[in-house]
Design a binder for this molecule. Structure first.
Ligand code: ZN
Length: 218
């Protein structure tokens, strides 16, 4: 059960007030997907995790939050921000998340940028906007790779593998699996093997971590 409430919020950029939905509480049951998308109810709350001012299109976790350096009203009016880089989104929920990704780009903080892009992909998944989701998954895969080399956290490599498979890059996943070995990380290796198997089948479907780790999953 999730508790949502509307709050009149004043946009820090244009000063206009609008009703914004806040998630007061929620829960989740079940396994996340292989790209760490949370299970329900949290899943359906993701769309409210980012706010957008209906007057100037400023987006952030809260429109009352200070923007990163370089975000001005003029920048918000720019063609690339307004048109979401010309990417084919089908509703305001998807556009809102992508605009938040563009805002995060100004901060140059890779983990935040990655989260924002993955959030946009999940919005597209919700709407079966699969072509755009695949395009963004390729972008996100290259961010995951950068994050791995920066942090040496193998989780990013495993997520990269899922992003590539779901974007239809089956050959890359098959080769990637062969050259990539995670020492002493049995569960992550098991997921990599699962991804390789699905890639070999030409399967770009969504799976949960629990499904990948089932005893006879491979
Ligand atoms: Zn505004």
């Amino acid at each position: 059960m999730s508790v949502l409430k509307n709050k009149l919020s004043r946009c820090i950029m244009c000063g206009c007030s609008s009703d914004q939905t806040l998630v007061y509480s929620t829960n989740q049951t079940g396994s996340p997907d292989l790209d760490l998308r949370p299970p329900q109810m949290e899943r359906s709350m993701q769309q409210f995790r980012v706010q957008e001012c209906p007057f100037c299109s400023y987006t952030n976790l809260s429109i009352e939050m200070k923007p990163p350096k370089g975000v001005t009203l003029d920048w918000l009016r720019s063609e690339s921000y307004q048109s979401c880089d010309g990417i084919d989104f089908i509703n305001s929920k998807e556009r809102k998340y992508y605009r938040y990704y563009l805002i995060c780009k100004k901060q140059r903080r890779l983990p935040k940028l990655f989260q924002a892009l993955r959030g946009t992909i999940w919005m597209c998944d919700d709407d079966n906007n699969s072509e755009t989701a695949a395009l963004l998954r390729l972008k996100a895969a290259s961010l995951a790779r950068k994050l791995y080399f920066r942090t040496i956290n193998p989780t990013y490599r495993v997520i990269e593998c899922d992003l590539l498979r779901r974007a239809g890059k089956y050959d890359t996943v098959k080769n990637y699996g062969r050259i990539f070995a995670l020492k002493n990380r049995k569960l992550l290796n098991q997921i990599i093997e699962f991804e390789k198997r699905k890639a070999a089948e030409g399967n770009s479907c969504c799976y949960t971590i629990a499904e990948a780790l089932e005893k006879d999953a491979i």
